[in-house]
Design a protein around this ligand. Structure first.
Ligand SMILES: [Zn+2]
Length: 387
């Protein structure tokens, strides 16, 4: 068996290397892989490098570089471990991998720019480890979640599961808008609240539950109803709007304000055994008024007292809303923009309908100046049970 030194010499003679100056001229043009361990990586890294610890190289390289012929430069601390990493990549069929001679030490010594990778506090590392283990999220993604501001309209049936999962996920700022107090008839589905919170303001009860789930989260309480007067101010400070409103008047107002502000709305509604969800994207097409240009007359809407809802239904729809919000913040996957997902709890069936932008839509149609949209306070009437 060859000694480590002999093996290293042999590998070095077979492996193409690049020096730090060579890499500095290729930054942004080639995939740069940092194969060091976590404690080394957190001390500083080459800008734009993708960190894949040596032990995860085989498992994760395909997600970063799929093309086996693409140029890759791999580095470690001093340029030895990267030789072994290069051999691993060659065994996986990668044909154009170079090792950085002298590694990160040589890079720093040459006075080239480096950066501190995003990091989490030790307690956050533990709390969010199941996120950061996902290469699609990682520490950088968790930082995005912690920096994100999401607002839930309503701390009721939909707002309960959505805000709880968003808080658990580490969304840094959560706005809760609700002017109601907790009633015993809410507890069948509004899991933010409990029997010990009866007659408490819903936003106060929500804050207690969310802070207990995750003290990292700043809960901003808005004990009010959205009106044309306060809507811009209330929603303008958030990145993503979760619409869990229980009435048409609020839905139209939220739609119109979001278009004015260019913010995405994750819209859901529930009725009896059926739920619907879609995303109205920040650029606003299609929007809620493409679906329903004007509110129906109040006499056509089911009365508040008559409507019932299966308690678990808002749970499912609210969790879907939280999922869409997290995807938007992380820039992951395909959102529900342009698609209406309908869930039938009795048949346990999801259907998907295509939503099209209406060129004649009063708020996002051709030639509409969105900044000039006038906000309307429609008469409040129920669209099913209070969520
Ligand atoms: Zn529209």
């Amino acid at each position: 068996m060859p000694s480590y030194d002999a093996l290293l010499r042999e590998l070095r003679s077979q492996t193409p290397e690049v020096d730090v100056q060579g890499l500095s001229t290729q930054l942004g043009k080639v995939a740069v892989i940092d194969c060091r361990e976590a404690d080394e990586h957190t001390q500083g890294a080459i800008p734009g490098a993708v960190w894949i610890p040596r032990g995860f190289l085989e498992a994760r390289i395909e997600k970063t570089v799929n093309d086996r012929g693409a140029p890759i430069i791999i580095y470690c601390a001093s340029g030895n471990r990267s030789l072994f990493a290069q051999r691993t990549l060659a065994e996986l069929g990668y044909t154009n991998v170079k090792s950085l001679a002298g590694g990160f030490t040589a890079w720093k010594r040459a006075g080239l720019a480096w950066e501190m990778p995003p990091s989490l506090r030790p307690d956050q590392e533990t709390r969010y480890s199941r996120h950061t283990l996902l290469p699609e999220v990682g520490v950088a993604g968790q930082q995005k979640l912690l920096a994100a501001k999401v607002v839930c309209i309503g701390a009721g049936g939909l707002g309960s599961p959505s805000s709880m999962y968003l808080a658990a996920a580490g969304i840094g700022t959560l706005g809760m808008i609700d002017d109601d107090v907790v009633d015993a008839s809410n507890l069948q589905r509004q899991i933010l609240h409990g029997t010990d919170r009866l007659a408490t303001n819903k936003v106060d009860s929500a804050e207690r539950t969310l802070k207990n789930l995750n003290p990292d989260v700043r809960v901003e309480k808005h004990r009010t109803r959205i009106t044309s007067q306060n809507a811009i101010d209330l929603l303008g400070r958030y990145d993503v709007i979760i619409d869990g409103a229980d009435n048409f008047a609020t839905r139209y107002l939220v739609n119109d304000v979001a278009l004015k502000l260019g913010k995405p709305v994750i819209h859901a509604s529930i009725f009896r055994f059926e739920g619907q969800i879609t995303v109205f994207p920040g650029n606003g097409s299609p929007c809620y008024r493409c679906l329903y240009p004007q509110p129906p007359p109040p006499e056509d809407a089911p009365s508040c007292a008559e409507g019932g809802v299966l308690g678990v239904l808002p749970g499912i729809m609210g969790v879907l809303q939280a999922t869409e919000a997290i995807k938007l913040v992380l820039g992951l996957g395909d959102s529900l923009a342009g698609r209406l997902l309908v869930y039938d709890a009795l048949k346990t069936r999801f259907r998907e309908l295509k939503l099209r932008r209406d060129p004649k839509c009063p708020t996002c149609g051709d030639g509409v100046d969105r900044s000039a949209i006038e906000l309307v306070d429609y008469e409040q009437f129920c669209a099913g049970p209070r969520h």
